[in-house]
Design a protein. Structure first.
Length: 96
């Protein structure tokens, strides 16, 4: 018995890719923040972001703004190059 599955509708496939890459980015930020021994409130305060904005990033919202990426990097003491490389790797999370 052969199981064949229908291909995903392009918009669904795009949503899955966006969620997947967003989760990779968010998990990377969360892990870095935890390694730095910080709470979400501490990291967001150091970055100048609202707690809700920081939480959205950890939930998979990948910023495209260099200023935001620099603020994230500085607040959790990770190099900007590492954060920007991660954001570039996860660029499929950006809404097109």
């Amino acid at each position: 018995m052969s199981m064949q599955s229908a291909p995903l509708h392009p918009s669904i496939a795009t949503d899955y890719r966006r969620q997947f890459w967003g989760r990779i980015f968010g998990d990377g930020i969360r892990i870095s923040r935890e390694r730095a021994g910080m709470t979400v409130e501490e990291a967001s305060g150091l970055s100048g972001m609202a707690v809700s904005e920081w939480m959205a990033i950890e939930d998979g919202n990948v910023p495209q703004d260099v200023t935001r990426l620099r603020a994230i990097a500085a607040s959790i003491e990770v190099s900007y190059d590492q954060i920007s490389s991660l954001a570039l790797l996860c660029r499929e999370a950006w809404e097109l």
